[in-house]
Ligand binder design. Sequence first.
Ligand code: URA
Length: 224
Amino acid sequence: LNALAQPSVPPPAKLIARDALEATARELALSVDSVEDLARTFAAFDGCDLKLTANNFVFADGNPDARIMFIGEAPGAEEDRQGVPFVGPAGRLLDLMLAAIGLDRSDAYITNILPWRPPGNRNPTDAETTACLPFIERHIELARPQILIPVGGTAAKALLNTREGIMKLRGRWLIYATPRMDVVPTRAILHPAYLLRSPAQKRDTWRDLIAIKQRLDEIGDVAT
Ligand code: URA
């Protein structure tokens, strides 16, 4: 009856633990000022249990100074074996998508929300994503791309902090910003693993790639 007068109910221990973990991750991530130090600090972070089952820490590939940064979901089997993101079947399609707009891994920077493979490629849990997100945010701040490309729904939702699905998020320019960084034009695209299963969606992705290329060309014009 008189619920408002009751002492407030403390949050469950699990939530407290998750908040504390996120705070620790954020403190660690903000303590570094270079991509190399971030890689070392993230690799040593023990707050995500995926580390216990993964074979490798998969940090990034390509050029950290590139104008464009692609962020996928998590390593798959081949990425876990090699320690390099996007080197399996989806990665081969991503390379073709890059080539379609005149890019390769020397002028693109590629990473994932999670650096450790979820067992059997299951979807990452909210707790796993929350623990790793401060590191990827710092990664973006340190790489300072001019264009950000979340690859697939999991990356788009995590980075843009939204529940909206990839089909609603793709096809338009969005923005990504942190308190320490100006806004970055952001364009979410369908995941190449999804395109391998649903090739009919390649047409829309092609349109997104053209829009990305146009934006890159515009930025190039401004820079010269
Ligand atoms: N899928 C991803 O999202 N990232 C990879 O690195 C490989 C497959």
